[in-house]
Design a protein. Structure first.
Length: 281
């Protein structure tokens, strides 16, 4: 399923959830002929994200709504900034308001958090990655927000990369079995997917390297000292990703060990939304 198709389905579901058989408050109080204008007001410093999806929401609900955009996705915004104005049927403005805010506040919060982590790594080679710890149904938008904030997407889902985590390895009977089966599967299915293997200690790291044929190794909950040792052992043969419990306070130290990537679940699973409102003009 394509990204646009998933986004369309999300919007349709969101409207069905919110409006149901009609926004009776708006229908009873606002004439159908009424025309209005509103502005998207920023109330907190951060990185703006979701302007493009807001435009999609407005136009899917009412193609006659007109937006004038002043600030684009990725810009740093301050309280009092106006990202855009939208004009058209007042009923349409009222019925789209909450969905637009929900999406933009969430996406902007993710972009803002991502930018903080990215800035902490300035001057290193390490890139910040997201995870699959996303809101069901909103993954595409949340991962788009990570990109807007300057981070990189790990994998979109279970279909675009092979990631052999601890449970896969344990159920498969060990690293050697898991890796060899992954390689055989890709050959049989004629698929070209990267293989990443999660390791829990330096012994498992050495075993993965001995098997070979993988693209990236994830160091799960490694200490900084062991991460530094792991980078020496790998010696550039495969990509290295650090993961597990890495915070704003520790991320720089992990990056300085020389890893290629650091994945941070907090980018999406516990982010604070950015405060903004859609106010009538």
């Amino acid at each position: 399923m394509e990204v646009n198709e998933l986004t369309d389905k999300l919007i349709e579901l969101a409207f069905a959830e919110d409006i149901g058989d009609g926004d009776h408050t708006t229908l009873c109080s606002i004439p159908d002929s009424a025309i209005g204008k509103a502005r998207l007001l920023i109330k907190e410093e951060g990185v703006l994200a979701g302007v493009e999806i807001a435009e999609t929401v407005f136009h899917k609900f009412d193609p006659q709504l007109h937006l004038e955009i002043f600030i684009r996705d990725g810009a740093v915004v301050q309280p009092g900034d106006v990202a855009f104005t939208v004009e058209g049927k007042t009923r349409s403005l009222l019925q789209t308001e909450r969905l637009v805010l929900n999406l933009m506040q969430r996406m902007s919060g993710i972009a803002t958090t991502t930018r903080k982590y990215v800035n902490l790594l300035e001057g290193t080679k390490t890139q910040v990655l997201d995870t699959r710890k996303t809101t069901p149904g909103m993954r595409m938008l949340e991962k788009q927000a990570v990109k807007i904030g300057g981070g990189e997407n790990h994998r979109i889902g279970l279909f675009d990369m092979i990631l052999l985590k601890d449970n896969h390895i344990d159920f498969a009977g060990g690293i050697e079995n898991a890796v060899s089966r992954a390689q055989a599967y890709l050959k049989e299915k004629n698929k070209k997917l990267k293989i990443e293997v999660e390791v829990r200690n330096l012994d498992e790291l050495r075993r993965v390297l001995a098997v070979g044929g993988v693209d990236r190794i994830m160091l799960d909950n490694f200490s900084i000292e062991n991460t530094r040792e792991a980078v020496k052992i790998v010696d550039g043969r495969v990509e290295i990703e650090s993961s597990g419990g890495i915070t704003e306070k520790t991320i720089r130290s992990y990056a300085e060990c020389g890893v290629d990537y650091i994945s941070v679940g907090a980018l999406t699973h516990s982010v604070k939304s950015l405060d903004m409102s859609l106010k009538a003009l």
